[in-house]
Design a binder for this molecule. Structure first.
Ligand code: CP
Ligand code: NVA
Length: 303
């Protein structure tokens, strides 16, 4: 049982994890020893603040030991194969949290038969989406299905994961990206196959969107992407989340997974303003990831 993407779980399981995460948030002392005497390897090929710290703190709070492995030290695929790294980690540890350049690396790690959790790859960022869904649920507790959600920016890993979560929970989502910067066709095909009745609209024209309760954006240039940043900013400038957009759409929440390039994809005024949920999203990473561990270890009958 792994969490390589949100395609690995269904709506019931996502809802269960969100409920569990909410419970863990309200009862910080709960589940203190549920991973007692376990060790979790954390292999990171890219930089991180939120993911690394929230995972380490969460693993510690569940009674287990996190072991951070810098990819420069382990050198996956260079010093030894990814599969050999995973098989060795399975000799001593009980799960692998991995932030990797290529989604395929996660499949190689999952050869080890201990749970693997995607901490961001080129295609998905499932733990971020779970935190985002918990955040939306907290802010619109009556029914998430009536909330109009707009994602504006690049159709990247964060966007694609959010699309899977939205499709699973039957949420209303509009995705607006500059032409040629939308979600990948291979991803869209998989989404369509898995959730043929999803309520996601994809477009390029931000002016065509008349209302959104929630506006979500992310960086215009992801880690590992070699595009020229200035040229990217020129292309994406009309898609900036600023006060004029918030006002025009009558939005009540603005989201960003962070890190942000302030005053590029999101202005200071909005990010630091009264409807910003960015720190709520960051905080919620802790609780949803603890719930993910519980879900995976419960499924593997390791609890
Ligand atoms: N949102 C997020 O994953 O942040 P980090 O890259 O700092 O982990
Ligand atoms: N899309 C961003 C998310 C960072 C958390 C990236 O991949 O760099």
């Amino acid at each position: 049982m792994h969490l390589l993407s949100l395609f690995d779980v269904n709506a019931t399981q996502i809802t269960h994890m969100l409920t569990l995460a909410g419970y863990m948030k309200a009862h910080p002392a709960s589940f203190q020893n549920s991973l007692k005497n376990r060790s979790i390897a954390m292999l990171f090929e890219k930089p991180s603040l939120r993911t690394r710290v929230s995972f380490e703190v969460g693993i510690h709070q569940l009674g287990a030991q996190p072991i951070y492995l810098d990819a420069q030290m382990v050198q996956p695929g260079q010093r030894e194969s990814v599969e050999d790294i995973a098989r060795n980690l399975a000799c001593w540890t009980h799960g692998i949290v991995a932030r990797v350049f290529k989604h395929e690396t996660l499949h190689k790690l999952s050869a080890a038969k201990i749970p693997v959790i995607n901490a961001l790859c080129d295609v998905h960022h499932p733990c971020q989406t779970l935190a985002d869904l918990l955040t939306i649920q907290e802010r619109y507790p009556i029914d998430m299905k009536v909330v109009d959600i707009l994602y504006v920016g690049e159709g990247n890993n964060v966007c694609q994961s959010f699309m899977v979560g939205a499709a699973a929970l039957d949420l209303k989502l509009t995705v607006i990206c500059p032409p040629s910067y939308g979600p990948k066709q291979s991803f869209l095909d998989e989404l369509q196959q898995r959730y043929p009745k999803h309520k996601i609209t994809i477009g390029t024209d931000l002016s065509a969107v008349k209302h959104a309760d929630v506006i979500y954006t992310d960086t215009w240039l992801s880690m590992g992407d070699s595009r020229d940043y200035q040229k990217t900013c020129d292309i994406f400038a009309p898609y900036q989340v600023n006060q004029a957009l918030v006002k025009r759409l009558a939005a009540t929440t603005v989201m960003h997974c962070l890190p942000a390039h302030r005053n590029d994809e999101i202005t200071d005024e909005v990010m630091d303003g009264p409807i910003s949920a960015v720190l709520q999203q960051a905080e919620n990473r802790l609780y949803v990831q603890k719930a993910v561990f519980h879900h995976l270890f419960e499924e593997s009958s390791q609890l």
